[in-house]
Design a protein around this ligand. Structure first.
Ligand SMILES: NC(=O)c1ccc[n+]([C@@H]2O[C@H](COP(=O)([O-])OP(=O)(O)OC[C@H]3O[C@@H](n4cnc5c(N)ncnc54)[C@H](O)[C@@H]3O)[C@@H](O)[C@H]2O)c1
Length: 442
């Protein structure tokens, strides 16, 4: 039996004879029952995962910055260090990968790891192009009966997500009409940073650039604080998708969780003038989402950087909510942020008689610890709340919005084929061009 499958059968209780008293070689926390994890990207957001993975066997560490690698090695002295994630993923015996690198390598690392039979926790955003989102999701779907995946949108575990979802699905605002999410973070950048000096010896800059087109070194790309350095590079097309992939991944999740949505059939967007090097600060995107079993087709929108939906009533000022979502129904409005929600019955007959509150025992169960949910899934059910099917489809939609923005027009989208059907040049914008030698699906 392969080690990975052995771990799973232990956790599922399928191998009952293996459950021995505490303290024995085979106990629940015995070394043999721990996942062999590789942490790729070990500083900043990577360090935020130290506690969650410390109970497992951290067998490999990878960072293009050798100083960051050394500080993680002090915490996990037994792990083998790497500067190139491709070599790291070749280490024998790895069960799972936590990926906290820059956005433009997420889809690569996720794909390569799944192709080698490893479970993956990947920081948001899962991808940096529509094509990447589709390839990662497809790889996951081919392996979903043996791999556990989670996109790092940890706010999803806030109980508010469940309460919002219940209110929408249980009809508290009547039939759903329109949904939007927004974020107010604004990080204007004039263009790629100019060349400035040579990379210091401890930074493997060419590996940081990885699959993206080359841009000269500038220390500015590395000048942010821990967990915030992503804001130094994520506004540039070759390294990120700006607020679409950044707070958009978290905030659209409030809406996406409640909608049971699939891919959109169209996208349109408007905002700042298109810049060849920098993603937009201000942008509004609208998507048409097909009907499903419990709701009609809806319009779903994303607003960022100062673009905002209209207030649902003069006495509600959405600008006071930095990152939020709004659900508009035939009989009212629900406004939410990550932790709070307000229900506003409105319109004809909005007397709430049509709405039956859930009994406590039928409330959606809490997710619990978000990283722990994934670790448990690796060893057991394989079920997570933000797997690469759920998260992959959501980021595919968001990145399609950027395609419509760059195309400068409304585009019709065939989600099954992954093609823009009414404007062929937009299909070129669905994918990124990689440097020779880099393969997305390796
Ligand atoms: N879930 C959240 O709330 C949250 C919060 C902050 C950041 N993030 C995400 O986490 C990721 C990292 O963000 P950050 O601010 O820590 O960025 P960062 O630039 O500090 O990078 C994190 C670490 O990864 C290393 N790294 C970068 N590219 C690498 C590569 N190709 N191979 C190996 N190591 C590499 C860096 O040297 C650094 O040590 C981003 O994708 C960001 O969107 C998520």
């Amino acid at each position: 039996m392969k080690r990975r499958h052995f771990l799973r059968s232990c956790a599922l209780g399928g191998a009952g004879m293996l459950i021995l008293p505490r303290g024995t070689l085979w106990g629940a926390r015995a070394p043999s029952n721990k996942l062999n994890i590789a942490l790729i990207g070990t500083w900043g957001r990577g360090a935020a995962h130290f506690n969650a993975i410390a109970g497992e066997s951290v067998a490999a560490l990878c960072d293009i910055n050798e100083e960051h690698l050394a500080s993680a090695a002090a915490k996990f002295p037994g792990a083998k260090p790497y500067v190139d994630w491709r070599k790291c993923l070749d280490q024998k015996g790895l069960d799972a990968v936590v990926c906290c690198t820059a956005d433009h390598t997420h889809a690569f690392i996720a794909n390569w790891a799944m192709n080698r039979g490893m479970h993956v926790y990947c920081e948001k955003p899962l991808a940096n192009s529509v094509e990447e989102a589709r390839v990662v999701r497809a790889t996951y779907l081919r392996n979903k009966d043996k791999l556990a995946t989670q996109v790092g949108t940890q706010r999803h575990a806030n109980e508010n997500f469940n309460r919002v979802s219940e209110l929408v699905r249980d009809g508290a605002i009547g039939e759903l009409r329109e949904v939007c999410a927004w974020g107010n973070r604004q990080i204007p950048r004039p263009g790629y940073l100019p060349a400035q000096g040579e990379p210091p010896q401890h930074i493997h800059y060419d590996l940081w650039i990885g699959p993206s087109p080359y841009h000269p070194y500038n220390p500015g790309y590395f000048s942010g604080g821990p967990g915030m350095n992503c804001l130094q590079w994520n506004m540039y097309w070759d390294f990120g998708s700006g607020q679409v992939g950044d707070m958009g991944s978290h905030t659209m999740d409030i809406a996406w969780d409640a909608l049971d949505a699939g891919r959109p059939t169209s996208a349109e967007a408007k905002g700042d003038p298109v810049h060849p090097e920098v993603t937009p600060v201000k942008v509004e995107m609208n998507f048409e989402i097909p009907a499903n079993a419990w709701r009609p087709a809806i319009r779903l929108s994303w607003f960022q950087g100062g673009a905002m939906p209209d207030n649902p009533a003069p006495f509600i000022d959405l600008k006071k909510i930095g990152h939020g979502a709004m659900f508009e129904g035939a009989k009212g409005v629900l406004v939410a942020d990550f932790n709070n929600r307000i229900l506003f019955p409105a319109g004809k007959g909005a007397d709430l008689t049509y709405y039956r509150r859930r009994a406590p025992e039928t409330l959606l169960p809490p997710v619990g610890g978000f990283q722990q949910e994934w670790l448990n899934a690796c060893k057991g059910s394989l079920k997570t709340s933000c797997d690469f099917d759920y998260g992959g489809t959501m980021i595919e939609m968001m990145l399609l919005g950027l395609v419509a923005y760059r195309a400068g027009r409304k585009i019709a989208y065939d989600g099954a084929a992954g093609r823009v059907t009414d404007h062929p040049p937009a299909n070129e914008l669905l994918r990124r061009t990689y440097r020779p030698g880099w393969t997305l699906n390796g």
